[in-house]
Design a protein around this ligand. Structure first.
Ligand code: C2E
Ligand code: MG
Ligand code: MG
Length: 702
């Protein structure tokens, strides 16, 4: 509908335009016709002009007749000349008018007029004009002119009237046509105006609707545009997030890649990368006929430092040690950390094994200078086991296992040294692995028992207490000394269940001994540093005491100096809590570690157990005698009791008594014995106040 309306409007508009154009054209035509009516005044002028001409012609003719018929009247000649000249000039006027009104003059033979006038002019200028023939000729010429003019005059007047009439008729009909045309145009215009008006109304409505639609559409568009903008923004945001997450993913990928190949703590290669590098090195060795040395390196005393100084310091030590190792290696070598304080090194392209010695020497020397850790100087050495590809094995697994065995050998050899792998080492390492497996089994199968070694009062040989010492009898190996399996148990974490069992077992066994003894009696139990680090010992002890009914005042815990070295607040808290419960605390093997008076003050220590290495040298090494005396006097001043361990001879006992060491323990009095035997021993000591004979009896039994 709007489309049709607009088409019609266009059509009508073009019609109107055409009509206006037609009107304009007709107006122009009309105007021209009206303009042509003005011919009448022109003609009137012309009539008078021709009349003048005719008159002048008549006069000239007459003047000629007058002048040339009388011959010598100069006045008449003059008149003729005047009229003839006027006629000539009139003729020139006619010629001019003819140019403008050719349609009027088309019946007047101007050429004839001209010729006649020229001939007349020519004749009258001739000397023989007066000849009758010539005169007659001129008269004829004039006559012709008169006739011609007259004829023209007649015809022209008639024609002139008809022409005007026709033109006026034509003008009238043009007028009529124009009026009709104007009327028709007016009617059409009115119709069109009406139509356009009604159409315009429709168009206005249409326009309004359209405007509304446009408004709605614009609104929709705006809305969709804003949606689009927010969508674009959202998209940008998502893209940004995507980019960020991509970046994060890349970073994570890199991190994963890094983690897959490097040890995050030391930045050394990890086992993965190590194995890869070894594979490459072995291929090169095969091709070039060279060797690859594989080093297995373990930091000596690292566990001790880690346990005592804390893990963060332990980590620092590992980092420092790593960079020291790295520094002394060649660019082609690879250092890796396998975890804990275990390092492995690949020395590739070795032509002579002597080179290995040099590099390993450099590593050991690099470790020799003290490690400055948080203000403390720590001394850490390394034990290194070495295997050589292809001599000791073809694959990394075998070579690493053998290097590990060699490393253990280096540790056995007093640490801070290196050992090339030998077949014997493999056997030993294998034994260690077997022992480890057996220990796991022993914990499960409860293969442990406790032996008890009395602690004697040196002044009256009475029993002051007893130390519980663990025993493990393996089915195949028989009795395995605690010094062999306790460090292993500490290393593999089995010390926790073992230690708890020892405590429970000792307390529940000793309950009846305490009940039967009137004298103060102390049960001494060895506790590993690891137990303090991994468990809440105060809680465990409280539980055990509650479960067994053993009084806290009868219990003494033997700890090592290393535990106190770390200056760990958490350890101090535990020890204080334990002490507050009434449990005594002894430092075992006193003198072998970093004996310091400061921690004797700081920690709630009640007893020092002098290590047997000092006791053995009594009366042999005077330095040790002095040292023992020093320890005793220091303990006295600090109000700490002292137990001398490993007393094997009477002289040692006498020396200790002389120097006021009131508590002694050792084979001189009794070896550790099973619980039943110790019960009997207690009963015997009750019935025989002097234990002298009994000790002798025991020694004989042992
Ligand atoms: P320790 O706590 O210093 O125990 C004393 C060790 O010296 C015992 O060795 C004992 O049999 C031995 N001994 C006692 N008197 C003499 C002597 O006159 N001469 C000689 N040569 N030795 C003597 P044992 O039972 O083999 O224990 C060795 C170490 O194992 C203990 O040293 C202790 O550190 C550890 N240990 C033993 N039982 C346990 C336990 O239940 N828990 C923990 N954590 N460690 C234990
Ligand atoms: Mg002990
Ligand atoms: Mg000891």
């Amino acid at each position: 509908m709007p489309k049709n309306s607009s088409k019609t409007s266009i059509f009508l508009a073009s019609c109107m335009l055409s009509i206006i154009l037609l009107s304009l054209i007709s107006s122009v035509i009309l105007y021209r016709q009206i303009a042509s009516l003005q011919v009448a005044p022109v003609r009137t002028e012309l009539v008078s002009f021709i009349n003048e001409y005719e008159y002048e012609l008549m006069r000239s003719t007459m003047a000629f007749t007058e002048a040339y018929n009388h011959h010598n009247d100069s006045g008449e000649y003059k008149e003729f000349n005047t009229w003839f000249n006027m006629l000539l000039s009139r003729y020139q006027g006619l010629e001019r008018i003819e140019k403008q009104h050719s349609e009027i003059f088309n019946r007047l033979n101007l050429r004839l007029l001209k010729t006649n006038l020229q001939q007349i002019k020519l004749f009258i200028s001739r000397p023989d004009i007066l000849l009758p023939a010539n005169l007659e000729m001129v008269k004829q010429l004039f006559n012709q002119l008169v006739i011609e003019t007259h004829q023209f005059q007649k015809q022209w007047v008639f024609q002139n009237e008809g022409l005007i009439l026709a033109k006026q008729n034509k003008t009238l009909s043009s007028y009529q046509n124009s009026v009709v045309l104007i009327f028709v145009t007016f009617v059409i215009g009115i119709i069109m105006v009406l139509y356009l008006f009604s159409n315009n109304k429709k168009l206005l409505i249409l326009r309004r609707t359209l405007e509304q639609r446009v408004y709605m559409r614009t609104k929709e568009l705006k809305d969709s545009n804003s949606h689009l903008i927010s969508e674009v923004q959202e998209r940008k945001k998502t893209e940004l997030q995507l980019m960020q997450s991509q970046f994060a993913a890349e970073q994570a990928h890199k991190k994963i890649q890094y983690q897959a190949n490097f040890d995050p703590l030391t930045k050394l290669a990890n086992r993965n990368l190590f194995l890869e590098r070894f594979a490459q090195a072995s291929i090169r060795a095969d091709r070039n006929n060279t060797f690859v040395a594989l080093l297995f390196l373990d930091l000596d005393r690292f566990k001790y430092i880690n346990d005592t100084l804390g893990h963060s310091i332990g980590d620092k030590l590992l980092q420092e040690a790593s960079s020291r190792i790295q520094e002394v290696l060649r660019a082609s070598d690879t250092a890796a950390r396998f975890g804990g304080d275990e390092f492995a090194v690949i020395l590739s392209d070795i032509e002579e094994l002597h080179t290995v010695n040099l590099i390993v020497d450099r590593i050991l020397k690099s470790m020799a200078s003290p490690f400055r850790l948080c203000g403390n100087d720590a001394f850490v050495s390394a034990s290194i086991g070495i295997t050589v590809y292809p001599t000791d094995g073809k694959d990394s697994e075998t070579l690493l296992r053998k290097a590990d065995s060699a490393m253990y050998k280096a540790k056995d050899e007093g640490r801070n040294n290196f050992q090339f792998f030998t077949a014997q080492m493999d056997i030993e390492a294998n034994e260690r692995r077997l022992l480890e497996a057996a220990l796991y089994k022993a914990v499960e199968a409860q293969e442990f028992s406790l032996h008890y070694q009395p602690i004697i009062k040196s002044d009256n040989n009475g029993i002051a207490g007893v130390e519980a010492l663990i025993r493990w009898k393996d089915e195949i190996r028989g009795y395995i000394p605690p010094e062999e399996f306790i460090p292993l148990a500490e290393e593999i974490g089995l010390i926790l269940p073992i230690g708890e069992w020892v405590l429970k077992e000792a307390c529940s066994t000793a309950v009846k001994w305490v009940e039967n003894i009137s004298e103060p009696f102390i049960l001494s139990v060895n506790i590993s540093s690891r137990q303090f680090q991994k468990c809440n010992m105060a809680e465990q002890i409280a539980n055990v005491l509650a479960q067994t009914g053993f009084a806290a005042k009868h219990l003494m815990l033997e700890i090592t100096e290393g535990l106190l070295m770390g200056d760990d607040q958490q350890i101090l808290n535990q020890l204080q809590e334990i002490r507050e419960m009434g449990v005594s605390l002894a430092i075992d093997d006193f003198g072998t570690g970093y004996s310091s008076l400061s921690y004797l003050k700081k920690y709630p220590i009640t007893t020092l157990k002098i290590d047997r290495s000092f006791i053995q040298d009594i009366n042999i090494d005077t330095d040790d005698d002095e040292l023992i005396k020093g320890i005793l006097s220091m303990a006295k001043s600090l109000n700490v009791s002292v137990v001398a361990e490993g007393v094997e001879t009477l002289q040692q006992a006498e020396f200790l008594l002389e120097n006021n060491c009131l508590l002694i323990q050792g084979f001189h009095f009794s070896k550790p014995m099973p619980a039943i035997e110790f019960s009997q021993y207690l009963q015997l000591s009750d019935s025989q106040p002097s234990l002298e004979l009994k000790f002798k009896h025991d020694r004989n039994c042992a």
